[in-house]
Design a protein around this ligand. Sequence first.
Ligand SMILES: Cc1cc2nc3c(=O)[nH]c(=O)nc-3n(C[C@H](O)[C@H](O)[C@H](O)COP(=O)(O)OP(=O)(O)OC[C@H]3O[C@@H](n4cnc5c(N)ncnc54)[C@H](O)[C@@H]3O)c2cc1C
Length: 457
Amino acid sequence: MADYDVAIIGAGVVGCAVAREFSRYHLRAILLEANSDLCDEASKGNTATLATGNDTPAGSLERQLVVRGHQRYLAEAPSLGLPIRLVGAMTVAFDEAEARVVSEEVRASRAEGFSSVELLGADGIYARVPHLAPGAVAAAWAPEEGIIDGFSTAYAYALDAVVNGVDYRDSSPVTAAARRDGVWSLTTPGEEVRARLVINCAGLRADHVEALAGYRDLTVKPRRGQYIVYDKRARRLVDVILRPAPTPTTRGVYIAPSIFGNVLLGPTAEEVPDPDDRRVTPEGIAQLTAAARRMLPGLLDEPVAAMYAGMRPATERPEYRIIPRFADGWLTCAGIRSTGLSGALGIAEYVAGAVVPDIVKAARKQTIKPARVPSLADPNVARPWTDAARVAADPSYGEMVCHCERVSVGEIRDALSGPIPAHSLKALKRRTRVMMGRCQGFFCGARVESMLRTGKP
Ligand SMILES: Cc1cc2nc3c(=O)[nH]c(=O)nc-3n(C[C@H](O)[C@H](O)[C@H](O)COP(=O)(O)OP(=O)(O)OC[C@H]3O[C@@H](n4cnc5c(N)ncnc54)[C@H](O)[C@@H]3O)c2cc1C
């Protein structure tokens, strides 16, 4: 029997950020994850844009928390080793009706305090994106939107939480929850975890976790988003986030540079009954290519590196579902659909602020231990193999395994150890980008698998 003040169920980006927030207090917290690695559900398949929140519903909790999340990300990500590029987002209108939509977006954004958002005419548009399809008449330009590293963000939050005292368990699905004498008992395959407060951050399965505790007032409606990832060669075509003018039902398909130098085309928005149905379909590809043809036709001539689908943890209501049930020692943090990567630090602050010190009595720590993830995409941070002194001290950092993404033996060895080690090929890929380049592991895959199995180069 373990005893905790707080148990957080789910290590997606939201649960990891919440765990990090609680690590700032003198209390005992645990983060429980069902899968063998963190960030393996909704948080693994997104566009990885850092949103300012200007296109979220005015007055909503989502807007409040995304604005705060964006602010905190800019302030805190660098010390965690996380890269950010504020490339800006352009919402483009190709006819008069769309022009009315984007100019209204600019007016409303500015009225709500997003003062850097501006309306561009054709000259301003083509100066920023010369390869854009002809015929653009107006655009909303949001220069503070950025691109980030989605996995490393969640990993950094979790690592920081663990370094600062939170216990983390992977492969620990919570399968039952019972409350006795003011304490929850959570059943996992390895142990029974006792906690005074439970925070449900279970994303796509938040309704199942709610049901374990007897709550039935939310239903997850998974919404799939398919993507095509273009080779780094395509990057010369676009260095801003391109968005079509939104319609009343969808924000449409984006074209977004990735922090790693690729170009993403997506996502679609399809309600599917099965949260694990991450198929890429012919219909999805047709929708994506039609969107590219309309906005950036040259993209279709570029080589494709990969395709994937992500799944939004939407619910029956288009809003964040943060529901305090303090009399029961339970807090629901669900329905974080489309902006959770950007909003996570805002959400975490809001959740912790709601319970400390009134529900969970704890003082803030005076000293926080630093945590940093390897920087995989920041041009200002040297990778180990470029650091002559480091290679001299440990030649494994100079021995390349993956030549596409330039990942060394030393980096793979490091990812296989540490406080939150990789136990699988996909976990290793996300921590190092090994096998994520142009050849997709054709040349290095066998060696990487052998390193994973044996721990030896
Ligand atoms: C296609 C797409 C594009 C997006 N683009 C962006 C973007 O550009 N910018 C942005 O800010 N956001 C974006 N998002 C939104 C963002 O990805 C989500 O808001 C965020 O990932 C939600 O995180 P979460 O932690 O709530 O859920 P999840 O990532 O699903 O995490 C929940 C975790 O709970 C675990 N779990 C479930 N049940 C249990 C159990 N019983 N016991 C223990 N653990 C359990 C799961 O295994 C999982 O790891 C996008 C999302 C999608 C799908």
